[in-house]
Design a protein around this ligand. Structure first.
Ligand SMILES: [Zn+2]
Length: 88
């Protein structure tokens, strides 16, 4: 096996694992609050709700967000085509 083949197979395997992860576990821990849902402000160190996850503690993975965007666009296109076809 040449190094190029090994790198290619590794990238394909990593992509497959990430897609599987986005399918099985679409939500991951929030990076800003580390899954606690609260943050401390820089001034006065007050406890506030995390602004990024709004206290939900979880975030949608980027891969799942991309999948949802494609899925929604496809659904909208199909709905528009159906509406256009039904108007005739
Ligand atoms: Zn958060």
């Amino acid at each position: 096996m040449t190094p190029e083949v090994i790198v290619t197979l590794t990238l394909i395997a990593a992509t497959f694992v990430y897609v599987l992860l986005c399918w099985i576990l679409p939500f991951a821990r929030c990076r800003a609050c580390h899954g606690t849902g609260i943050r401390r402000t820089i001034l006065l160190r007050r406890v506030t709700i995390c602004r990024r996850c709004k206290g939900a503690r979880m975030r949608l993975r980027i891969g799942r967000r991309v999948y949802n965007a494609f899925h929604n666009a496809n659904t909208e296109a199909a709905r528009a085509a159906r509406a256009k076809g039904g108007a005739r």
